[in-house]
Design a protein. Sequence first.
Length: 287
Amino acid sequence: MSTLADQIPNIPLITLHDGTKIPQIGLGVLRIDDEGVVPVVESALEVGYRHIDGAAGYNNEEGVGRALAATGYNTGEKRASLWMTTKLRDSEQGYDSAMRAFDHSLELLQLDYVDMYMIHWPTPFDWRSGETWKAFRTLREDGRVRTLGVCNFMPEHLDRLFDETGEYPTVNQIELHPTWQQRDVVEYCRAHNIAVEAYSPMARGADLANGVVERIAVAHGVTPAQVILRWHIENGTIIIPKSVHTARQRENLDLFGFALTPEEHAQIDALDGPTRAGHDPMTFTYA
């Protein structure tokens, strides 16, 4: 009989520029309702995930918190083994409002701290990231947040944040997949020692039916999803694929029994295109 330890894959850890280490694969919980997210998180923890990527704007932090409490991952040694991310609602940016919002998130998650707190969107048309970051620093100094990140920040937003605060985030979470690679953003982040985290790592499934990906999958005896996720892993990108199905959660962790050849990796690189699957950070606000 296999134990839980036998089921946990050897997920690489990415060392961030402040020395914290984040599991390279996590579970995304976007578009799962508060009741439905409980069994999803419970099954993910059972099969070996130790990184959950949440957000206040997903409106399911309470459900995530119930799952963490039910499995014991909200306290003690189990809590220490888990990476929990949450994000600030755009409507609650600013110093005082961010502090209040964080208190509420922590209460819903039933945690004493989160590993990463993130600004969800830059909202350049209503810029408050500088003041928000000051609140984030207070939370980090108080030990209630371990590291600070952003989502959907383009180079000009990262420049502005640095100009106002003297600090870069440790992580920038962006839409990133074979047909939308955002190479300029990735290059900027690498140049400034900011880790890149990919959401929609398979373009919400749209990239799976690509003939190149399918041929590579057949050659390795794996699924197209595993091919794309392996490409991300080899690029050093943090990934947070979402799945509500236990079997697919396992599959999304099973990326270390094969490797892409240099030619195969280059073929996926060549799929880059002009169309995003999600929203434009220059104009969008979420929650």
